[in-house]
Ligand binder design. Sequence first.
Ligand SMILES: *Cc1c(COP(=O)(O)O)cnc(C)c1O
Length: 465
Amino acid sequence: MARMAPPSPVAALLRRIPKVDELLGRPELAVAVGRLGRERVTALVRHELAAVRREAQAGREPPDAAALSERVAGAARALLASRVRRVVNATGVVLHTNLGRAPLSERAVAALAATSGAYGSVELDVATGRRGVRAAFAERALAALGGAEDALVVNNNAGAVLLVLAALAAGRAALVSRGELVEIGGGFRVPEVLACSGARLCEVGTTNRTRLGDYEQALANEPDCALILRVHPGNFRQTGFVERPTLPELAGLAARHGAWLVKDLGGGALFDPARHDLPGEPTVQSAVAGGAALVCFSTDKLLGGPQGGAIVGRAELVARARRHPLARALRLGRLPLVALEATLDSYLSGDLAELPVFAALTAPPEAVRARVERWVATLAEQGIAARVVAVEGATGGGALAEMPLASFAVELRGDDVEALAARLRAGEPPVLGRIHESAVLLDGRSVLAADDDALVAAVVRASRA
Ligand SMILES: *Cc1c(COP(=O)(O)O)cnc(C)c1O
């Protein structure tokens, strides 16, 4: 007598997987359907079911309908939470790339509010009614502030460097010291950007020492050298047996050989940090005055504006960059352009203190201490033990060579500081600190003045949970 084959175990597992319609009707998904609509939640359900089917093929028991719909609800929550949210930056790193670098000034926010919900004269000369020059104000202001003949803005400094190399050195040699073939973070690697531009990299000197003679030798070997690229290694520091020529020495050498000196300045300081008791950092003005034909920098690092990149320097070279097809592909968006104009206006009117980055970096340590002491006193009133500790903050954003800045922090201790830090991040707004020697440190230097109350309230909630 023929016997029926027993059902395969995998087929039995697959049969137990809940159906789409059953899941969509479950209470766990009511909020997600209300927020995202039935169609998008159906797509999330199907995505989750595909994963469960693969697991079943591998012999794993499928989750029941309640567990599965909770998984889909979790995916919906994660999707919504992945939006950019306001966070309190108590990391001590003033220019934090993961936190969007420079917070904008009130002047910049007001300019955005005034123009971004309406049409704007982005490329219109209002007086004549004819087409105008995009970014004319920003470029004139940057040229004036940097002491340069002309300027061009693009969407970030990586784009600025790429554009300059493509416009001036495609198909020709570009000299770079081996000590400057660096990675800046976020995937900006000098040799790779150079390769993308079509320029041919010619390495000079050694990692720690590159002399003027090394450049001279390389120029003699490379008659078709377009430029020398000098990169400011802002996010690390070489000490000890190191040597490299000064910028004016290099500029002189480049000029004698008919090559241009291009400086990738990174940080783009338009004020002199040394005059504000900060570690020395080359400024845009010093790079231009030091003989660089073009200087490239970010507008959202020390300059304190929105994401953007600037090229300043000799008019004929800026014009070549402006004419290159990549300039259109890299052009600065309207919203950052409006914010950049307002930021540069603060420099023109001499009101640097209104720029949050400048204010945070130049706040005297005693002022930071007094603020953190006020937080600790308020916490004590709520029965939460915390103390003020001296710490070292950092500028971040590849600026000031990660030189420590004297600062003060609230120190929170507990049995499980990782869990405490996670609760601080889970609040609204999330508060980001750092963990150091089994304590959570909330550094006052990088916390915006408007965030004082939010920070204290977050610590109260996280400590009581
Ligand atoms: C930060 C930095 C860059 C990249 O600038 P983005 O504006 O982030 O594109 C390039 N070069 C140097 C030296 C930098 O410090």
